[in-house]
Design a protein around this ligand. Structure first.
Ligand SMILES: [Ca+2]
Ligand SMILES: [Ca+2]
Length: 203
C-alpha cells in the first residue's frame, strides 16, 4: 500500500482504526475516499444523519431515534460525526462483538450520559423506537408491548427496579445478555416489511 492513497488519512488515525476495528488499511482508505466524496467537510452533521434515516423509513418517524443514535456515536460530543466516529459506528453495527454492541446499547439508553439508566430514559428511547414502526406494523405487536408505555414497563420490571431506581451499565449488560426477550425489546427490531424495503433499496 503506497503512501499516495493513504495520504489524506493521518498515519496516527489509520493505526488507531486498524487496531480497534477489523478493517485493513486498504479498506479504511477506500472508505475514507467515499466518506470525503459524500461529506467534503469531513464531518456528518446531525441533519444529514437524520435524512439518511428518513430515506430508509418513509412510512415512519425515525427522527428522534436517529438523534439518539447520532448522540451515541458522537463520542466527543461535538455535534458531528468525524471519520473515526463513523468507522467505529460502522464496525460496531456490522461486525462488532456482542459485548461491544451491548455497551453501545447502554450508551444509547443513557440519554444524559451520567453513567446510569433511569426509567424516563427507557421510556424516551422506547418511544423513539416505536416511532420507527409503521402504524400498520404496530397493530401486529403482542398485547403487552404494543404501546411505548407497556414496552418500557416490561423492560423496567425485568430489571426489578423501583420507580426512581437506576440501572448501572453492569446490570444492564448482564441482564440483557442473559435474556433474549429483553434483548429483543430494547432494540429496534426491524419488522418484516421494513426488511423487504431495505432489500429493494439495495438492488
Ligand atoms: Ca464528534
Ligand atoms: Ca442517564
Amino acid at each position: 500500500m503506497g503512501n499516495s492513497k493513504s495520504g489524506a488519512l493521518s498515519k496516527e488515525l489509520l493505526d488507531d482504526l486498524k487496531l480497534n476495528t477489523k478493517y485493513s488499511e486498504e479498506e479504511l482508505c477506500a472508505w475514507y475516499h467515499t466518506f470525503l466524496k459524500e461529506c467534503p467537510s469531513g464531518r456528518i452533521s446531525k441533519e444529514q444523519f437524520e435524512s439518511i434515516y428518513a430515506s430508509f423509513f418513509p412510512d415512519a418517524d425515525p427522527k428522534a431515534y436517529a438523534q439518539h443514535v447520532f448522540r451515541s456515536f458522537d463520542s466527543n460530543s461535538d455535534g458531528t460525526l468525524d471519520f473515526k466516529e463513523y468507522i467505529v459506528a460502522l464496525h460496531l453495527t456490522s461486525s462488532g462483538k456482542t459485548m461491544q454492541k451491548l455497551e453501545w446499547a447502554f450508551a444509547l439508553y443513557d440519554v444524559d450520559r451520567n453513567g446510569t439508566i433511569s426509567k424516563n430514559e427507557i421510556q424516551e428511547i422506547v418511544k423513539s423506537i416505536f416511532n420507527m414502526i409503521s402504524k400498520e406494523d404496530q397493530k401486529h405487536l403482542p398485547d403487552d408491548e404494543n404501546t411505548p408505555e407497556k414496552r418500557a414497563e416490561k423492560i423496567w420490571d425485568f430489571f426489578g427496579k423501583k420507580e426512581n431506581d437506576k440501572i448501572t451499565e453492569g446490570e444492564f449488560i448482564q441482564g440483557v445478555m442473559g435474556n433474549k426477550d429483553i434483548l429483543r425489546l430494547i432494540q429496534f427490531d426491524k419488522p418484516q416489511k421494513v426488511q423487504e424495503r431495505l432489500k429493494e433499496k439495495k438492488q
